[in-house]
Write a protein that binds this ligand. Structure first.
Ligand code: TTP
Ligand code: MG
Length: 564
């Protein structure tokens, strides 16, 4: 049998996933919505709905038409402009981070956080007073012993996995050191969740374990507004079964973060011996498959485009090994990019290009002002740019000309042109409309003409405008030294790609030919490495729009609904 990978269980990691996030943002704005079934619409699809709606049969990625049929009283709100979700996400991130020593909090997409609370837990573990364990005090501030909360350290807060009998002080005494640390972590998580609920209005589901992978997975066991701790034993020996292995084993392989659709398909094909790679295959099926180990996994999953050492890495993941750090303070983006796709014949003349570029450029400038400008608490301070992108980039994707038989192949290649970003974009006094027009007229159109020298004859499927090469502003904080944070983030993205929900450069388009809408994209770990991670898109055979893989089902449904 292949050697077991070594897990580092020294850390205590908490995971938070906000419940029905987009719907909650509306509920926080208008609390009356809480008691109603509420669905958030993007195009013809319910992207999420609150739990009242879920109780009545609605679910994520359902057609609006079906949602209305199943629940005629559903309240539908439009969620195509992501600004308020992004703002809420940032606000919650800063709020939670303010509690965590060393700021060890990482955002995973808009609605998930990983928190490394090892230092806080170990500090409090050392201060546990065994004689008064029922009313222990959790210290949230080393320099002020009055800051914190009391908790009952005789049992875990919330659920455990596997489920435990009712706790007693005796069973707490029997816990291993790891068990006690996880227990303390579970109380901290509960405290953070209730702070989030009472001070910000958001509920969240949480997990406690020793890595991002395990905390995230165990957190999803009890939803919504619950939390679960993966309890020891974590190690396997002759007498004990590892709870980590027991917990992971029953999962379908694609449910494991780090195993995306492509890897899962290859693993299923390997295990079932069928080319299609369909059917349910669990972690246990893969783990115990004859001769399974890093070399066989490397052979099965490796090849062009695969990350080096993939066999070893996936072998680790199958055993719950994830020794990646929780990255701190990732609140400035490495680039901002806005794009839209266009149906045939929509962008074949210079005037329509100018018009669309102005729309996209205005969105880009708005995003820059949201994400890169610090307006201080309560907007009371003079706004300050936190980072200055140095480069403006324009990309297009021309359609291939038709073949002799009239068919057209999909061109996935983009052409790009970059130029220094003119300083006029940093003028916060100018209104966005006139700034966008000036930028397009004086700079972007020139870049476009260099990309497409012919005055006509092209037909564009996509326009993308981006600012990149982000340089953090020299400020009064100790940390900000004007370093190139783009490089730093690119490095993080490579290391942590399997964890990152990208704000996609290739927004999923649920209908063709629609106004630019940014969306969150889900990135599989096994896609090609690229500076701007693309989503795996396939051109829709009906309308020609590129559709990321996770939206294809919903997109197909959209056409069905159109026909009816
Ligand atoms: P999720 O965490 O998948 O969903 P959720 O938070 O709404 O619900 P849950 O309680 O089950 O965690 O996604 C977070 C947000 O991302 C969600 O509110 C809406 C958005 N979203 C998309 O934009 N596209 C999608 O395909 C999905 C599934 C979600
Ligand atoms: Mg969520």
């Amino acid at each position: 049998m292949a050697a077991l990978p070594v897990r580092d269980d020294r850390r205590i990691v908490l995971h938070l996933d906000y419940d029905c996030f987009y719907a909650s943002v509306f509920e926080v704005e208008r609390p009356a919505l809480k008691s109603q079934p509420l669905a958030v619409q993007q195009k013809q699809i319910v992207v999420t709905c609150n739990y009242e709606a879920r109780r009545r049969g609605l679910h994520k990625l359902q057609l609006i038409k079906d949602a209305k049929r199943i629940c005629p009283e559903v309240v539908i709100v439009l969620g195509e402009d992501l600004t308020k979700f992004r703002d809420a996400s940032k606000d919650i991130y800063h709020f939670i981070r303010s509690f965590i020593w060393g700021g060890r909090v990482e955002r995973l997409g808009f609605d998930e956080l990983s928190l490394d609370v090892t230092e806080m837990v170990d500090y409090n573990m050392n201060l546990l007073n065994q004689s008064n364990i029922k009313s222990s005090f959790f210290h949230l501030d080393k320099s002020d012993p009055t800051v914190g909360f009391t908790y009952n350290a005789t049992g875990f807060h919330g659920f455990t996995n596997p489920p435990q009998e009712q706790e007693s002080s005796e069973s707490a005494n029997n816990l291993s050191t790891l068990g006690m640390r996880l227990l303390i972590g579970s109380h901290l998580l509960s405290h953070l969740r209730s702070k989030l609920e009472y001070e910000k209005g958001f509920t969240a589901t949480g997990g406690v374990s020793t890595s991002k992978l395990l905390a995230k997975l165990v957190g999803s066991v009890h939803k919504p507004n619950q939390q679960t701790t993966l309890i020891p034993p974590y190690e396997m020996d002759d007498n004990t079964e590892s709870n980590v292995i027991g917990f992971l084993d029953s999962h379908e392989i694609q449910k494991i973060p780090g195993i995306g659709s492509r890897l899962a398909q290859k693993l299923r094909a390997k295990v079932t011996g069928q080319d299609t790679g369909d059917g349910k295959v669990t972690v246990r099926d893969v783990r115990l498959h004859p001769n399974m180990g890093p070399p066989l996994l490397e052979k099965t999953l490796g090849g062009p485009g695969a990350a080096k050492g993939i066999g070893q890495r996936i072998w680790g993941v199958l055993h719950g090994v994830d020794n990646t750090e929780v990255m701190e303070g990732r609140d400035l983006p490495s680039q901002i990019s806005i794009e839209d796709t266009y149906g045939r014949g929509r962008l074949d003349n210079i005037e329509s290009v100018r018009r669309e570029l102005t729309v996209l450029t205005k969105s880009l400038l708005r995003r820059m002002r949201t994400d890169l400008v610090d307006r201080g608490e309560l907007n009371a301070e003079k706004p300050r740019w936190l980072a200055h992108p140095r480069t403006l980039r324009l990309s297009t994707r021309p359609r291939n000309p038709p073949e002799i038989d009239g068919t057209r192949t999909y061109n996935a290649n983009r052409t790009s042109r970059s130029a220094p970003l003119p300083s006029l974009v940093f003028n916060l006094d100018e209104n966005l409309d006139s700034l966008a027009e000036r930028l397009v007229q004086d700079h972007v159109m020139g870049m476009f003409r260099k990309l497409h020298t012919e005055r006509s004859g092209w037909d564009l499927g996509l326009l993308n405008i981006a600012v990149t090469n982000m340089v953090e502003s020299a400020g009064d904080q100790k940390q900000s030294s004007g370093r190139d944070i783009g490089k730093m983030f690119r490095q993080q993205e490579t290391v942590l790609r399997e964890w990152t929900v990208y704000e996609s450069d290739d927004p999923p388009k649920l209908t063709p030919d629609v106004k630019a809408v940014e969306q969150c994209g889900w990135q599989d770990e096994d896609e090609d490495e690229d500076e701007d991670p693309p989503l795996l898109s396939i051109e829709c055979s009906i309308c020609g729009a590129p559709i990321p893989h996770f939206a294809q089902q919903a997109h197909a449904l959209y056409h069905v609904s159109e026909e009816n």
